[in-house]
Design a binder for this molecule. Sequence first.
Ligand code: GLU
Length: 298
Amino acid sequence: MAGARPPNGRLLTRFAPSPTGPLHLGHAYSAWVAHDLARANGGRFLLRIEDIDRTRSHPAWERAIYEDLAWLGIHWDAPPLRQSDRLDAYVDALRWLWREGLLYACSCTRRDIAAAASAPQEGAEPPRGPDGIVYPGTCRILPRTPDAPMPENTALRLDMRAALDRLGLSTIRFDETDQGYIQTRTRPAEDLIDQVGDVVLSRRDFPGSYHLSVVLDDGAQGVTHVVRGADLRDSTWIHRVLQDLVGLPAPVYLHHRLIRDPEGRRLAKRDDARAISAYRDEGLSPGDLRSLVGSSQD
Ligand code: GLU
């Protein structure tokens, strides 16, 4: 793929499903795009099991992931990385961010957040970011104690303004590959304060969050090209800030189109009817599935 390969080293992609339900056609498409990009460039392809949601993840779904991918003809080049084995790395990064004064504890419930966010403009919709309503900052003003041990059993949020000030960034940017061309996307840093806000980096019940884990794991696995659905493009701005904060290189991003059902809705885990295993049981071949989704990033 022209322009997609980094100047040094081999291209490396990954597929990172959560074992919380059956893989469906959308996952097959995502895995194929990542896998084919690596293979077409003499690169490597890795698998990561994103099982930080301890209540919804299940070993049976993890086994089903291996089975489905093997049936699709997708092979990974190293043992899969399981996020539940990475807690020490997440805690280390959180402790560092805490000591730097970039995190604060938050005890707000969803209901508190909705009430506080709608209070200033009664009746108007509060701004929403990639994680839902933009956090109105209730706990940000509480005194911080970076010299004290990081609190446990509470959510920790990134102070986005402090993070951007620390980095001295007025613009956030990432490189996106699309049909073989690399484009640099930019966004004013101020947008992240108003439209994304102080995202959760550690949950009350787990020392990590999607944003933190994905950034640290892509870094640890040496991912050069992050391939994932266009629904996650808005999270990429957050990931770029985190990569700069913890000193990880910025990968190139490929946000592929989403596979939709005949009504135009994005497929979700609940769409068991479009589970890869259901097609397999009906006697379709992996090639039939490729034709159903279109195998390239068109
Ligand atoms: N685990 C996420 C999912 O299953 C994908 C995360 C990513 O690719 O960044 O949707």
